[in-house]
Design a protein around this ligand. Structure first.
Ligand SMILES: [Zn+2]
Length: 58
């Protein structure tokens, strides 16, 4: 079984959060699962929050 963290896609603009890469704009370190991002996270493209992100089933 491969249990690496899931990617999450922004429902508004289609940006995909990749946990292996993290998110430099939000100061999220590479290797951080989306579920473990603390505090406010905003989509680096459209600026909406975590609530619009949906898990990408692979
Ligand atoms: Zn977005």
């Amino acid at each position: 079984m491969d249990n690496k963290p899931a990617k999450y896609e922004c429902g508004a603009c289609g940006y995909v959060y990749d946990p292996e890469v993290g998110d430099e704009k939000n100061k999220v370190a590479p290797g951080t699962p989306f579920e473990e991002i603390t505090g406010i996270y905003m989509c680096p493209i459209c600026g909406l929050g975590k609530a619009v992100f949906k898990k990408v089933e692979e």
